[in-house]
Design a protein around this ligand. Structure first.
Ligand code: ZN
Length: 431
């Protein structure tokens, strides 16, 4: 049933009334340096924030064995986070609406050299409409919006008339195992909304992602005898060239994939990190590359992995140096498949209404060729998984920032979405 116009106006005004507090809360989240493996303190903060609001709380660790048995598991490495997952549970007086998962991740990617930032990355400065900071866009404003959309209902004496799980996860930037863990814990709802920074649009289709390391071994000699040695760093360039050929071949296949055919280069291979050698006057005996590549929805991670291994070994067989000394490929993070949000779901219709009421514009959808946690709910719960959130700039780069006007619009849309999807009832009195 569409929302009553006077309720709609009350919700819009209530988001506005809480917005200063919402921004301050978001800044608190940005101040946590919640890099991979360092999310314990922020998860404690989120736990307290949810508990103070009256949610029933659940906090649990990753169950590595259970994750590894699941087809959606990504690979564990020594860097894998052991921070807990936090879930706040709202239960209505009477379960009359449709249930919902509101999810966000607290992990952020490294800031890089801090002197390249306009403001220190973990000190969230506001300039005009922009809030700066690592994680400001991806996705601490979305995380706060999950809470403040519900607060906006509470402020006007209402609560959702259906169960809501507010999930705060880790490992979104490296494996997606945090979201998978919530699934394995048994949480499931009629729809999920994840407010990643998506330019106020809905993600229609999304790429899967694989992470892998390539290790090249050389032969170390003194540089004066360089011709007798084999330089692992020089050799690594040839491996990169072979991987670029694979990337080009995968991009050629875009025409077979709806939502991807119009993007000239949807499959991006990133050589994200390189290390090797011991010092300047020895021919280096080792070099390691950390790589990330995308895959189309419907392509299984294991099949893509096999193709990567085969491409590297086929190249190695024809290379004079590598023939006897093949590079070693190890999958060490994301091993995740993409998804397509099938159009026409009731959840999408409700979000489109809410978006239009909040922004005055029709909801657009688009393809995003990067990993998203929504894949867990789309692929393994098979429920409408909506990824939709604020306008941002430079996520994963320097001077990451988010538009505050946009944050207010999407929080309003989210509150309206919850009100219509879950329905509302008068607020429970809580102890
Ligand atoms: Zn994100």
């Amino acid at each position: 049933m569409p929302l009553d116009p006077s309720l709609r106006d009350h919700v819009i005004a209530s988001v506005e009334a809480g917005f200063i507090e919402q921004i301050a809360f978001t800044q608190e989240l940005v101040r946590f340096r919640s890099l991979r493996g360092e999310e314990h303190a922020i998860q404690d903060f989120v736990f307290r924030a949810l508990r103070e609001r009256g949610f029933a709380m659940d906090r649990f660790a990753m169950d590595r064995a259970a994750i590894e048995r699941h087809p959606g598991a990504s690979k564990f490495s020594p860097e894998h986070s052991d921070a807990p997952i936090v879930v706040g549970i709202h239960r209505p007086k009477e379960e009359s609406g449709r249930s919902l998962i509101l999810q966000a991740h607290v992990d952020v990617v490294p800031a890089g050299p801090e002197d390249m930032w306009r403001h220190p990355p973990f000190e969230p400065a506001i300039e005009g409409d922009w809030m700066y900071g690592r994680g400001s866009g991806d996705m601490k404003t979305g995380h706060a919006a999950n809470l403040f959309a519900l607060d906006a209902l509470k402020r006007i004496g209402l609560q959702p008339a259906a169960t809501i799980y507010v999930q705060s996860v880790v490992e979104e930037e490296s494996t997606g195992n945090g979201a998978l863990m919530t699934h394995l814990r048994g949480y499931k709802a009629d729809a999920v909304l994840i407010p990643e920074p998506e330019e106020e649009k809905l993600v229609r289709a999304n790429a899967g992602v694989l992470w892998f390391e390539v290790e090249v071994r050389g032969h170390s000699v003194h540089v004066r005898d360089m011709g007798a040695g084999a330089n692992a760093i020089d050799a690594a360039y040839r491996v990169v060239a072979a991987l670029r050929r694979l990337e080009a071949a995968w991009n050629e296949r875009r025409h077979a994939h709806e939502h991807f055919a119009d993007d000239p280069h949807p499959i991006n291979l990133n050589i994200g990190k390189i290390e090797g050698g011991d010092w300047a006057s020895s021919v280096p005996a080792w070099c390691r590359l950390d790589c990330r590549i995308a895959i189309y929805p419907g392509v299984h991670a294991a099949d893509a992995a096999r193709e990567i291994e085969q491409a590297v070994s086929a190249f190695a067989r024809e290379d004079r140096f590598f023939a006897n000394n093949p590079p070693k490929v190890t999958f060490n993070g994301f091993f995740a498949e993409g998804y397509v949000l099938e159009p026409g779901s009731e959840a999408e219709r409700v979000l489109a209404n809410a978006h239009e009421a909040a922004t005055g514009r029709a909801l657009e959808s688009f393809m995003s060729a990067a990993y998203l946690d929504t894949r867990v709910y789309a692929l393994y719960d098979r429920v409408p998984a909506l990824c939709y959130g604020p306008i941002s700039q430079n996520i994963h780069g320097f001077d990451e920032r988010v538009s505050l006007a946009s944050v207010k619009r999407i929080t309003t849309a989210m509150a309206l979405f919850v009100a219509e999807w879950c329905g509302v009832e008068s607020l429970s009195s809580r102890p």
